[in-house]
Design a protein around this ligand. Sequence first.
Ligand code: UDP
Length: 424
Amino acid sequence: MSPTAWIPPPGPGIDAYRVVVGDRTIDELFRLAAPMKGKRLQHVNATRAGGGVAEILNRAVPLMAELGLDVSWDVLRGEDEFYAVTKKFHNAIQGDPIEITSTDLEIFLKWNRINEKEIDLHGDFVIIHDPQPCAMIETKRATSRRPSGPGQKFIWRCHIDAANPNRRLWNFLSTYIQRYDGSLFSAPQFTGVLPIPQYLVAPSIDPLSDKNKPLTEEQVSAVCERHGIDMKRPILTQVSRYDRFKDPVGVVETYRMVKQTNDCQLVLAGGGASDDPEGMEVLAEVREAAGNDPDIHVLMLPNGAHIEINALQRASTVVIQKSLKEGFGLTVSEALWKGKPVIGGATGGIPLQILNGVNGYLVNSPEGAAFRTRFLLNHPEVAQEMGRRGIEQVRQNFLTTRKLRDYLMIMNATTTSDRTITLK
Ligand code: UDP
């Protein structure tokens, strides 16, 4: 283990997941992990806390250790100049028209080289998350000639929307990415033309975390009471950062259209925007759109309000995620897991989760969202059935255990050129 490595504290053990996903799923994890026992699995990313990647690694690392892997997690070091460049990279990969300069590329390489000296990339499997550390492979693999057979395996995991990346930047990053033994993307439209194996691994939610674990009715009603939400009347909810791509004002429009025919309340729950000037701006726009309608609850929640969000999702009649652009949209899986029909924007990773007309509806406008919401309010038996299907859709596809299986399968796949895996 490198001296910089960090191991998060263990949460619920792997056996606790048996009641959620069944013995077969957990037994399969142990079978897939068996050939990997004692192998050093090293994750490298840019941050230990905050953001989805850290969230995911905090749970995945202890669970992989329990499965017998010698797992560790290293976090990059950098100064403001590096983070300013990597933020630019992030936005440019997601399609913002930003100019990337030669100085940006130099700063990026400088910090990758510093980190490469300080973090010993010793793992049998090294998973490098996102663009920030992707050039650390430079000294391990001088060219894109990838050795076959045994030896260290390097995998690049892309968590962001790379459907329309800035070409100059992508070409630059590709010179490093193609030295890896494989790459992982969250959705098919994010994959690009790369001369290395590409695997799809969707993000996942943890059914035993505070955000998703079962709550008592008292816990749910206490949260609603605190916010003046009436549980006896229909509740429409969107949980999101105050970000224009999440279209909160479009959700208010949707609510107003529905309200013309159906009694209902709207809850918009978001947070973490206090240090983000645009977030505060969007929050102000939402408050203005909401006016003084007592049935619209615009909530600003502190970071870590997991149980509160869990309770609001559970109290909802219909959950909305009317995004205009979305990487994956974890909030969709979170709501489906709580047995709620979800009306979501037909964008990014949302159509992976919402099967139109099966566990919710995909929409492209406030009118479409209002039409579907009204239907669900008027047909509670359909809403309930959709909710049941949603739980199964998430159980099969979007829980932590599936992601662990995917990682183990890929580790096996990258080492199987000289042997066959036998699963009993
Ligand atoms: N979330 C939260 N507090 C908030 C708003 C969102 O904890 O005030 C959580 C939400 O429950 C989900 C994640 O942050 O787990 C957001 O992930 P998603 O993929 O939906 O959107 P992103 O914010 O990454 O664009």
